[in-house]
Design a protein around this ligand. Structure first.
Ligand code: ADE
Length: 227
């Protein structure tokens, strides 16, 4: 999968992709991530990419020309299966959307800034508008980092054990059950005996019950959706 991200603050995205699972995915050749500085397509030598809001009001809006120039260059080189705009008024990111996008192929992601982006860009290019939650970030970069992480870890071969993404919270609309490792006893707290029994079917049954119970307690809305 190739992911291109257009941003005026690429530095914000360097670290999240240079570590851990996303780094490994790139090293294995399973994901290719390219950052593009929007200012390289600025409208003047001052590096201008934004302007005042028509109609008045506070804040700046990203202008159409730099984004169109950057997008047109990328779109001339390859097809993208989704052109995504990170914005608080987009569809809230949840696991099923990440699952779908992990199968999509090439992704082009635009990070908004300031008051957002000229509406005409959304109309002309964007196929998916995504929010990472009901709060406002200073820009789309942290949202893009979250989105890319959720997608890349799902790509086949990225996780050491192919099973582990399937047992994540939210797959199947259930939260994950509790997990333990050694020591079997710590400050009077013991690991549930069933987990030490070696009885795999019973352990799986216990985990499912625990996942259900945890979901009932913390996120009953997920169980309602499941019906
Ligand atoms: N940009 C600003 N706030 C955002 C959010 N909640 N999700 C995605 N992009 C954003």
């Amino acid at each position: 999968m190739r992911i291109d991200i257009v941003t005026c603050q690429p530095e914000l995205l360097e670290s999240p992709f240079a570590h851990s699972i996303v780094k490994r995915a790139q090293e294995k050749g399973l994901a290719e991530i390219h950052l593009h500085q929007l200012r390289q397509h600025a409208i003047n030598k001052h590096g201008q990419i934004d302007d005042y809001v028509f109609g008045g009001g506070a804040g700046m809006v990203l202008r159409v020309e730099p984004i169109a120039a950057c997008f047109d260059e990328l779109l001339a080189q390859r097809a993208y299966n989704a052109v995504i705009y990170m914005t608080p008024d987009g569809e809230t990111l949840r696991q099923p959307l990440a699952n779908r996008l992990s199968l999509a192929g090439n992704l082009l992601i635009l990070c908004g800034h300031y008051k957002g982006v000229d509406e005409r860009i959304r109309k002309a290019y964007i196929t998916h508008e995504i929010s990472i939650g009901d709060y406002v970030l200073s820009g789309g970069e942290l949202g893009a980092a979250v989105l890319v992480d959720t997608i890349v870890r799902l790509l086949p071969g990225v996780l050491g054990n192919e099973e582990s993404a399937l047992s994540d919270s939210f797959q199947d609309n259930l939260l994950a059950p509790p997990v333990y490792t050694r020591p079997a006893e710590w400050r009077g707290q013991e690991v549930p005996a069933i987990l030490l029994s070696g009885n795999t079917p019973k352990i799986e049954e216990w985990r499912h019950e625990q996942a259900l119970e945890r979901t009932r307690q913390r996120r009953p809305d997920l169980l309602e959706e499941k019906l």
